[in-house]
Design a protein around this ligand. Structure first.
Ligand code: SF4
Length: 105
């Protein structure tokens, strides 16, 4: 399982740059660059839940991923040691991305 750092602090699952969801789904079928991917598990943090995060954050997380063109993707599961999801200020999943994506050659 990759260890995950996530800068999408506007997500309900984000807790001090770690994810508390337990597993995530990264989208990006046919992706050729990072910007074509996104974290489909993103859920916008609403004003009334500004302080509370859901679940317990963990460094390592199961990452299912549809970006099968990525070098780290094996049968729709991410096998990178470490990944970073970016998207500071995101309001929608498509404003996030897996910056670790690397096109397989
Ligand atoms: S590194 Fe590649 S396989 Fe892993 S989540 Fe990012 S895009 Fe998917």
């Amino acid at each position: 399982m990759p260890s995950l750092v996530c800068s999408v602090q506007n997500c309900v699952y984000n807790n001090a740059m770690y994810c508390s969801k337990g597993d995530i789904m990264v989208g990006g079928e046919g992706a050729q660059k990072c910007q074509d991917t996104c974290c489909e598990s993103f859920q916008e943090r609403k004003a009334d839940s500004a302080k509370s995060s859901m679940g317990t954050p963990s460094q390592q997380i199961q990452v299912d991923c549809k970006a099968h063109n990525c070098t780290y993707n094996q049968e729709c599961v991410c096998h990178a040691d470490k990944i970073t999801i970016a998207g500071a200020g995101a309001c929608q999943c498509r404003e996030t991305e897996c910056v670790t994506f690397e096109e397989a050659r």
